[in-house]
Design a protein around this ligand. Sequence first.
Ligand SMILES: [Zn+2]
Length: 119
Amino acid sequence: MDARTNAYAPYSGFTVGAAVQTKSGAVFTGCNVENASYGATICAERAALAAAVAAGERELVALVVASGAKSPTPPCGICRQCLAELTPSLPIRSYTGGARAEYDLSSLLPDAFGRDQLD
Ligand SMILES: [Zn+2]
């Protein structure tokens, strides 16, 4: 929720925060960063993922997403693909208001495209 307060969402008004925990126990946060060229927008989940990787951490153990949506939101398709690159079965929790939902990335993105398809 703290990361969500830094979101830059002047177009949608849909602010999102995310935190990814790595095997070392470190937590990396991110928020959505929108752009006038909408396709250039970065989601909170990918921002948190990039922060972890930039710090040299690639073993993800959990992801938490916080938004102000009516109901808890799972990561979008692009974020699912990016997260699956490092941890295909990542546990995910999503919060909004007092409600929460839990997911496993492998159920959100079955048969994910991955490095095996590049052989
Ligand atoms: Zn996303």
